[in-house]
Design a protein around this ligand. Structure first.
Ligand SMILES: [Zn+2]
Ligand SMILES: [Zn+2]
Length: 377
């Protein structure tokens, strides 16, 4: 079928994006779902900081590619052999998928799946297939197996979680990346417990989910840090007990004094090197730095080795919140429905294809938290 999609042909175009137009809005061809594949009508797709990294070229992608790696929609067609989903089902689309048989999947470490990771880096679906093409038949690649900046998407069933149809799809869209990454870093990776002190560097969609999850986990001090102080009001409403500007030259001393020696867990969500150093420095002896933000491919960081050993600090990577979608997304949706994880508060508004490039600029400037593209109006 023919459909409208946001296609990127080149990475590294300059800001402002409203002028350089990294995404071209155009018609592409999407083939019918084959065996083991599902066609979803996309009803909401979140704009994530990872999309900005992709636009900026911090991590190389196969091009041209249809953007978008979190979303929600309605199943329209299923290929042969798909069980557990049927046309009309409402689903969350997440880039986490599993092959079901590699060593990582056998240990339930789905975000580490070798074959899915390989397919993603090549721009294919996790079954190694390509279902997108330009109108003249040239290959167009899938982004993280999702490509939700499009009216429709073909995805694998393990990337789709069936949800209660009463949940608004423009809220559900945020559960595919922002919620699983932020909440999962707290619940699954760090395992924050009652009374813990935590700090979160970067109060965007992912960071604020970490804040909300830490409140649920019973953390007694939740310190939010961002370069944009305009985010502090919402951050405090969602659970931050204290907020600091990342530009504050006394940040590290202030946090260490407030916490009497440092936090138990420092979550670094921005991927920024200076923030990572500060996250290490505000972590107490025996505490953990949880690195959530990806940063640029190949970026190297320093740490004081003797202190790492003698203070028994831990530096832990947390990718996509160590998520197991079939377990975690229904849990997080239940917490949302119970009012404990008010993800809807993060939604900064809905946008159309025509606003996509301009609104990347707003995200870059930290003026919005989570904007939701409505590819079907
Ligand atoms: Zn994301
Ligand atoms: Zn696997």
């Amino acid at each position: 079928m023919r459909m409208t999609a946001a296609v990127m042909y080149e990475q590294g175009l300059p800001m402002p994006y409203v002028e350089s137009q990294p995404f071209r809005i155009e018609e592409v061809e999407l083939r019918s779902p084959e065996e083991g594949e599902v066609l979803v009508e996309v009803r909401g797709a979140g704009l994530c900081h990872s999309d900005l990294s992709q636009v900026a070229g911090l991590r190389k992608r196969k091009l041209p590619v249809v953007g978008g790696h979190e979303g929600a929609g309605i199943v329209r067609e299923i290929g042969r052999g798909v069980s557990g989903l049927k046309p009309g089902d409402h689903v969350v689309m997440t880039s986490v998928a599993d092959c079901g048989h590699c060593p990582a999947c056998a240990r339930k470490r789905l975000v580490l799946c070798e074959s899915v990771g390989m397919a993603r880096s090549q721009g294919f679906l996790s079954n190694g297939q390509l279902r997108l093409a330009s109108l003249d038949g040239q290959p167009v690649y899938h982004y993280s197996g999702i490509s939700s900046f499009a009216q429709f998407a073909i995805t694998m069933p393990s990337s789709l979680i069936k949800i209660d149809p009463s949940i608004p799809l423009d809220v559900a869209a945020m559960f595919g990346c922002a919620v699983v990454t932020g909440a999962g870093s707290v619940f699954n990776s760090a395992k924050v417990g009652p009374g813990d002190y935590i700090a979160v560097f970067g109060l965007g969609g992912v960071g604020l989910n970490a804040v909300m999850a830490a409140r649920i986990a019973g953390a007694s001090m939740i310190i939010g840090i961002d370069i944009n102080e305009g985010k502090f009001g919402l951050a405090r409403e969602l659970g931050c007990t204290h907020t600091f500007s990342a530009r504050d030259e006394h940040l590290v001393e202030s946090v260490r004094e407030l916490t009497k020696g440092g936090v138990d867990f420092a979550f670094e969500v921005s991927g920024n090197k200076t923030a990572m150093t500060a996250a290490y420095d505000v972590t107490r002896k025996g505490g953990e730095v949880v690195a959530v933000g990806l940063g640029a491919t190949g970026a190297m960081h320093d740490y004081p080795h003797t202190a790492l050993v003698s203070e028994e600090k831990v530096i832990r990577g947390s990718f996509m919140g160590s998520c197991i979608p079939a377990r975690d997304i229904p849990l997080y949706l239940r917490l949302y429905q119970e009012g404990k994880l008010p993800v809807d508060r993060l939604r900064s508004g809905t946008i159309s294809f025509a606003q996509l490039n301009r609104n990347l600029d707003l995200l870059e400037h930290g003026e919005v938290v989570r904007q939701i593209l409505l590819p079907n109006g």
